[in-house]
Design a protein around this ligand. Structure first.
Ligand SMILES: [Zn+2]
Length: 209
């Protein structure tokens, strides 16, 4: 832990610019190299993350409860929710695809929201527990986000492929829009979160010692 501390730029009164990676004073509000805004108001980062996170939780509900596709086959219309689609795929012997869709569309977004909420709480309660692990958790969360759009891709591809006139049609349902919004807002929440904030309580306790 003490080695981590020694490496902390914050403790040495420095911060890196997220745009051009120029290292300048931790007090500066603008990068003196490229002029982009630095995280001057750090409280803002947590508020923005919470706001995007709350929006994504609200969108997560219709994304899972409303139908994501409407299928019309020989005049008979059926609806599928995401979970309904997973169950249908499983029953028709496409277990691997069912598992991929479940992980990408249901499990990962939920895990991502929980991780971001946990990280925000950690900063707000000034926790100094397992900071390296939490920083790594954040990096994984940020990286995984872009792969969550799989379900929207599946719907888009199905709609494009299966348009057999009056025999069979597939239309996207309202959940597809909610789902896309949910993925976008969790990504924005992850971007808004500044992982350096995790280290501030530790730095503060060091400074006051
Ligand atoms: Zn810069």
């Amino acid at each position: 832990m003490s080695e981590d501390l020694h490496d902390s730029a914050f403790l040495q009164g420095l911060q890196g610019c997220p745009i051009c990676t120029h290292v300048g004073s931790a007090e500066a509000t603008q990068c003196d190299h490229c002029g982009s805004n630095l995280h001057a108001n750090w409280q803002h980062s947590i508020q923005t993350t919470w706001a995007w996170l709350a929006t994504s939780v609200v969108l997560y509900i219709p994304a899972n409860l409303l139908p994501i596709t409407y299928n019309r086959f020989l005049g008979q219309q059926t609806e599928n929710t995401i979970m309904g689609g997973v169950v249908t795929l499983w029953e028709h012997g496409s277990e691997p695809i069912a598992v991929v869709i479940f992980i990408a569309s249901v499990a990962v977004p939920l895990a991502k929201m929980l991780v971001l909420a946990y990280l925000c709480f950690s900063v707000q309660f000034q926790s100094t527990f397992a900071l390296s692990e939490k920083t790594r958790l954040y990096r994984i969360t940020e990286f995984v986000g872009r792969w969550s759009m799989i379900d929207v891709f599946v719907v888009a591809v199905l709609v494009a492929l299966i348009q057999l006139g009056n025999i069979m049609t597939i239309r996207p349902g309202a959940a597809a829009l909610a789902f896309a919004g949910m993925v976008a807002t969790t990504m924005l929440a992850a971007i808004a979160f500044d992982p350096r904030l995790l280290w501030v309580p530790l730095a503060r306790s060091r400074v006051s010692e």
